[in-house]
Design a protein around this ligand. Structure first.
Ligand code: 0L1
Ligand code: MG
Length: 278
């Protein structure tokens, strides 16, 4: 698991040569306020078109620190923009990462639309590590060797930006749209499955809305975790045993509406279901 808040805060030192610390803090508060009040806001690059990817991660880290100070706990990092479709849409070559907190985990079978702005759902495979992984140079094979088990998951993403419209720095600053996650009950060792061939259907109200295989996630979900370890290594961070890592959407993200009954079926990993109330 992650270290205690103070240690995490110590790890997240803002870069010295990046955007003014006050502006970073202001933008972090702005996005946090939008999330807490379920209010969509204009993308921050409208006012700060010069925002770089590095500065955007500084804003994300500001949000992470604020949540830790509120007493929330990180359950693990997530990868986003891992599919060809999403990368093409954003005109990028690499995925991004963000963090999932304990208060984002849905424990029952229902969510309330009023807890979100404009939530979407996507099916993912989560990895739980048995050992720490420290990049750079981590491979998918090393990830599989360090993985304790995998779990089926439905991620709820909820961009804080109007109409889910953003640039790459905007979405990084917004903690990769992290908002919710529902885990399934079936857990398996990674060697029990062919994770790249593992098929998933995502249905709403009995109709299949999208489907895919694990290979949709940068070729293999373990490769996604390896990329994450290597990205974190640039900041001197590592993946830790016990963290639950969301590897990226196998399906596209589907907008949720009141009354929806959502069901994802994972080949060999059972189903994950929930309904959407008011
Ligand atoms: O988990 C994801 O892939 C979401 C990344 C952010 C992009 C989005 O909100 O669609
Ligand atoms: Mg996702």
């Amino acid at each position: 698991m992650w270290p205690q808040s103070l240690q995490v805060q110590e790890e997240y030192k803002l870069g010295e040569d990046t955007m003014n610390k006050e502006i970073i803090e202001k933008l972090g508060r702005h996005l946090l306020d939008a999330q807490e009040n379920r209010r969509e806001v204009s993308k921050i690059t409208t006012e700060h078109p010069e925002l770089t990817v590095e500065q955007a991660y500084d804003i994300q880290e500001q949000i992470v620190r604020s949540k830790l100070e509120q007493g929330l706990r990180i359950i693990g990092p997530k990868m986003g923009l891992t599919s060809q479709a999403k990368m093409k849409q954003m005109n990028v070559d690499d995925p991004i990462y963000g963090y999932v907190f304990d208060n984002m985990v849905v424990t029952g079978q229902d969510i309330s639309l009023s807890d979100y702005i404009h939530p979407k759902v996507e099916a993912e495979i989560a990895f739980v590590l048995g050992q720490d992984i420290q990049g750079p140079g981590i491979t998918g094979a090393q990830v599989l060797a360090a993985t304790e088990y995998v779990i089926p998951a439905l991620e709820i993403i909820d961009s804080r930006y109007e109409n889910f419209q953003f640039t790459l720095p905007d979405v990084i600053a917004d903690n990769a749209s992290s908002s919710g996650v529902i885990f399934g009950n079936v857990i398996k060792r990674p060697e029990q499955l062919e994770l790249d061939l593992l098929g998933v259907t995502l249905s709403i109200n009995g109709k299949i809305k999208d489907l895919g295989a694990g290979a949709a996630v940068v070729g293999h979900p373990a490769h996604s975790v390896a990329m994450l370890a290597n990205m974190l290594a640039r900041k001197g961070l590592k993946l830790r045993a016990g963290e639950i890592i969301l590897t990226g959407g196998i399906t596209g993200a589907i907008l949720l509406s009141e009354g929806d009954s959502v069901s994802a079926r994972f080949d060999g990993l059972g189903s994950v279901d929930f309904t959407v109330g008011a």
